[in-house]
Ligand binder design. Structure first.
Ligand code: ZN
Length: 305
C-alpha cells in the first residue's frame, strides 16, 4: 500500500519549507517559516513540528524527503559541503529519521531540482536529466530513470566548482572562489558572479535582471556582459554533454528566467561538443522556485501505473 501523501522539506539557509503532494503530484499543503539559523537542535524540532502540522492538516501520514544545500558524506554519514554551517558534521538524515519515527531520504538541493523536473517537469520522459541551479550559488544534479545519482563522494553533478573550460586569456585566473580555487563556474554563472563581472567591466552595479533590462534598451555593455555569460554557460554545459550526454538539460534558479539563454546557448555550444550535431534540449524548470521542495517529496518516486 503506497503512502497517500509525499512530504517534501526544503532546508534552506534562510527559510524552511514543507509541502505535501497528492499521489498525482498536486500540491495540497505548503508552509514556509524562517530557518533557525545556527541552531541544529532547533532545526530538527522545527521539521518535526512542521511535519506534524502538515499531517494534521491533510489527515494522513506521509513519506518524507529532504533537500539541503549540502550532502551526506558516504564515508562518515555526516553532512558536508553545506553553507548552512550548523548542519556540517551532523548525521542529519539519521537524526531526522529518529525524530520523525520513519525513514527519511535526504539529497542535495540541486539533485532535488533534477528529481522534480525529471518526475513531472521539463524532463518528463527523459532517461537522463541534468539540472542546474543558477542562483545565489551554482549547483547541478543528475537523475537517471527517476533516481538521483549520488556518487562515491556524494558530489555527482557538482558542476559549480569545476573550472570554466576553453578559457580566454582575459578569463585567467578567474575570480577567487570560497572553495579556495579560481574561476569556478559558480563565480561566473551565479547571480553575484554575473553582477561582479558587470561591475568589473563597466564600474556599474547591476544584478542579472537589471543587465537584461539594460540590454533590451540597447546598452552595449549589458549586451556584451550577457554574451560573455552565454558563452561561459555554453562552455560549462558543453563539458557536461561531452561526459554525460544527458537527454535534457534543465535550468533553475533566478537566472534561469533569462529567456534568451534558451536560444543563444544552444546556438553556440556545438563549438565545444565533440559531435557533428547537438540535439540536447535546454529547458527552463517547469516548477520554478518550487522545484527543490517538490523534488524532495519525489525522492519517494511515483509507483509505476
Ligand atoms: Zn569553487
Amino acid at each position: 500500500m503506497p503512502h497517500p501523501v509525499r512530504i517534501g522539506v526544503d532546508l534552506g539557509g534562510t527559510k524552511t519549507e514543507v509541502i505535501a503532494l497528492a499521489p498525482d503530484g498536486r500540491e495540497i499543503y505548503r508552509k514556509r517559516t524562517p530557518t533557525p539559523s545556527g541552531d541544529y537542535e532547533a532545526q530538527i524540532a522545527l521539521v518535526v513540528r512542521l511535519v506534524a502540522e502538515l499531517e494534521q492538516a491533510v489527515g494522513g501520514v506521509g513519506t518524507v524527503g529532504v533537500g539541503i544545500p549540502g550532502a551526506v558524506s558516504p564515508a562518515t554519514g555526516r553532512i558536508k559541503n553545506a553553507n548552512s554551517t550548523w548542519l556540517l558534521g551532523k548525521p542529519l538524515d539519521r537524526d531526522l529519521a529518529a525524530a520523525l519515527g520513519r525513514p527519511v531520504r535526504l539529497q542535495n538541493d540541486a539533485n532535488c531540482l533534477a528529481v522534480s523536473e525529471a518526475t513531472d517537469g521539463a524532463g518528463v520522459g527523459c532517461d537522463v536529466v541534468f539540472a542546474v541551479i543558477l542562483g545565489t550559488g551554482v549547483g547541478g544534479g543528475i537523475v537517471v530513470r527517476g533516481w538521483p545519482l549520488t556518487g562515491k563522494n556524494a558530489i555527482a553533478g557538482e558542476w559549480g566548482h569545476t573550472q570554466l573550460a576553453w578559457r580566454e586569456d582575459s578569463e585567467r585566473p578567474g575570480p577567487a572562489c570560497y572553495c579556495g580555487l579560481h574561476g569556478c563556474l559558480e563565480t561566473l554563472l551565479s547571480g553575484p558572479g554575473v553582477a561582479a563581472d558587470f561591475r568589473a567591466a563597466t564600474g556599474r552595479s547591476m544584478n542579472g535582471e537589471g543587465i537584461v533590462a539594460l540590454s533590451v534598451e540597447g546598452d552595449s555593455q549589458a549586451e556584451a556582459a550577457l554574451q560573455r555569460y552565454e558563452s561561459r554557460l555554453a562552455r560549462g554545459l558543453a563539458t557536461v554533454i561531452n561526459i554525460l550526454d544527458p537527454d535534457v538539460i534543465v535550468l533553475g534558479g533566478g537566472l534561469s528566467n533569462i529567456d534568451r539563454l534558451y536560444r543563444n546557448v544552444p546556438a553556440i555550444w556545438d563549438r565545444w561538443v565533440f559531435s557533428d550535431r547537438v540535439d540536447t534540449p535546454l529547458r527552463k524548470a517547469v516548477h520554478g522556485d518550487s522545484s527543490g521542495v517538490r523534488g524532495a517529496a519525489w525522492l519517494w518516486p511515483p509507483t509505476p501505473s
